[in-house]
Design a protein around this ligand. Structure first.
Ligand code: NDP
Ligand code: 13P
Length: 349
């Protein structure tokens, strides 16, 4: 299959390696001339994947029209904040080229302002004549480990069954196992909201809190994710899977995670602006914390960890106030959240 990878960052590059290994004809699009040159001439992308050698069969271009003309499937691997403009530009090119492609995105976040999931943004910006389906590929998959071919499992979801089957077939191999899932909303929301909890865990880790505390925030964080996700139309059982608890664990417990590292740097006293500027890679959880906080207000959903993190990030709530406002909340039942949602879901079958 001819596949174009839109984005030459860490995840786009590692996924291009998977697709290339599967025998697909992969062309990457990058806006940075030096990166494109490095991929074509040096067969590396050191700014994003330090010690990784790329196969010479992986090519790159800085011409988006060439990349769009190449692909039967376009994999969009740019940050959420770039998705709308990217989709709008691609749509114009697809119309000019009178072309219909399968779209697959891999971004994990909600759009700031609109609070929309990425597939909703893409659907708004792409004309129906220009795509066969819009799919997402998501799950516990640090680019650093994918590029080392360490065993990884992810899920793909889409509106139509045909789209996710093609994505599954394109990516699956012996060290990159792809499941399919019909719950597009749940898969996208799980991937987006786990980044919030990963920032919170990074802060706790940086402040020297123990494993009990981190386990509490991961577990109760999953309940929050499921509460908001279900309200947004997801199947609560999806949050028990790879794109829910799976991605939450991998992001909240790993030094690979930019969101976790952002939390640790905040705990060390660095400012959010400096961290984002110096990271050199996207930290999706920051904007998504804002979007999820606003959604929780809109839907009147109890999301104490998200709300406290929002106040800490954007309204200068102190660490001590944050801690006590979580621990000293009104007494409540553990089974009111995720467990109740799951029970209702199972009873409904
Ligand atoms: N890294 C990972 O392990 C994983 C990441 N993801 C998700 O994938 C998405 C992409 O992440 P990742 O590859 O890690 O991000 P990186 O920050 O590593 O790379 C982002 C890529 O997008 C490009 N880009 C950024 N802004 C724009 C823009 N406005 N227009 C065009 N191109 C742009 C960058 O170009 P340039 O180099 O020129 O800045 C770069 O090629 C995120 O949503 C992330 O959450 C999902 C799973 C795993
Ligand atoms: O989503 C990821 C792993 O599944 C990567 O997380 P970060 O964006 O925090 O690095």
């Amino acid at each position: 299959m001819k596949i174009s990878m839109i984005g030459t960052g860490s995840f786009g590059t590692s996924l291009a390696m998977v697709l290339d290994e599967n025998g697909h004809d992969v062309l990457m699009y990058g806006r940075n001339d030096d990166t494109v040159h490095e991929i074509n001439q040096e067969h590396s992308n050191k700014n994003y994947l330090k010690d990784i050698k790329l196969n010479e069969t992986i090519k790159a271009t800085n011409d988006l029209e060439v990349a769009v003309a190449h692909g039967e499937m376009l994999v969009l691997a740019v940050p959420v904040k770039a998705m709308r403009t990217m989709a709008r530009t691609i749509n114009v090119i697809l119309t000019e080229q009178n072309k219909k492609v399968l779209i697959c995105h891999v971004a994990k976040g909600l759009e700031l302002g609109t609070h929309k999931r990425v597939s909703e943004v893409l659907q708004e910006e792409l004309s129906e004549n220009n795509y066969t389906d819009i799919a997402v590929l998501s799950g516990p998959s640090h680019a650093e480990e994918v590029s080392l071919m360490l065993p990884t499992t992810v899920s793909t979801a889409s509106v139509n069954e045909s789209g996710r089957k093609i994505v599954q077939d394109a990516f699956i191999n012996k060290h990159f196992r792809v499941y399919e899932n019909k719950d597009l909303i749940g898969v996208e929301v799980g991937g987006a909201l786990k980044n919030i909890i990963a920032i919170a865990i990074g802060i706790l880790d940086g402040l020297g809190f123990g494993d009990n505390t981190k386990s509490a925030v991961i577990t109760r964080g999953l309940h929050e994710i499921a509460r908001l996700g279900t309200k947004m139309g997801a199947d609560p059982l999806t949050f028990m899977g790879l794109t829910g608890v799976g991605d939450l664990i991998v992001t909240a417990m790993s030094e690979h995670s930019r969101n976790f590292r952002c939390g640790k740097m905040l705990a060390s006293g660095q400012s959010l602006d400096d961290i984002i500027e110096n990271m050199g890679m996207v930290v999706e959880g920051v904007n998504t914390t804002k979007a999820a906080y606003e959604l929780s207000q809109q839907f009147d959903i109890d999301m104490p960890i998200t709300n406290v993190l929002y106040l800490y990030l954007f309204e200068e709530l102190s660490e001590e106030e944050a801690f006590y406002s979580l621990m000293m909340r009104d007494k409540t039942s553990e089974t009111d959240g995720l467990i109740a949602l799951m029970k209702n879901r199972i009873d409904s079958e």
